[in-house]
Design a binder for this molecule. Structure first.
Ligand SMILES: [Zn+2]
Ligand SMILES: [Zn+2]
Length: 96
């Protein structure tokens, strides 16, 4: 019997005969960019490709406007700040 090795691209799982082909495959995959529309007060975010560009913006702006209307901007900011500190203490990363 004969042993053969193959190399698997970690991105798409396609199997290649040589390491260099597998590396080439891995490097050929594009990096996706995501754009988030984030409410500057509470930190809630909407993804543009999930909601559509105009819609994600509208939702984030609406969220901001609601805090202003409810007169809770400082309160919401403070709550977010405290939450971030707590998450940091737990050793977790918050997405930026
Ligand atoms: Zn691949
Ligand atoms: Zn908000």
């Amino acid at each position: 019997m004969k042993k053969e090795e193959s190399y698997i691209c970690p991105v798409c799982n396609v199997e290649w005969d040589s390491l260099s082909e597998a590396i080439k495959c891995r490097n050929s995959h594009p990096i996706f960019k995501r754009t988030w529309c984030r409410c500057e007060f509470c930190g809630q975010a909407w993804r543009e490709n999930a909601f559509g560009i105009g819609e994600a913006e509208r939702l984030a702006r609406k969220c901001e406007q609601e805090h202003i209307d409810k007169n809770e901007v400082e309160e919401v900011r403070e709550r977010k700040r405290r939450l971030e500190i707590r998450l940091k203490q737990m050793g977790r990363q918050t997405r930026r």
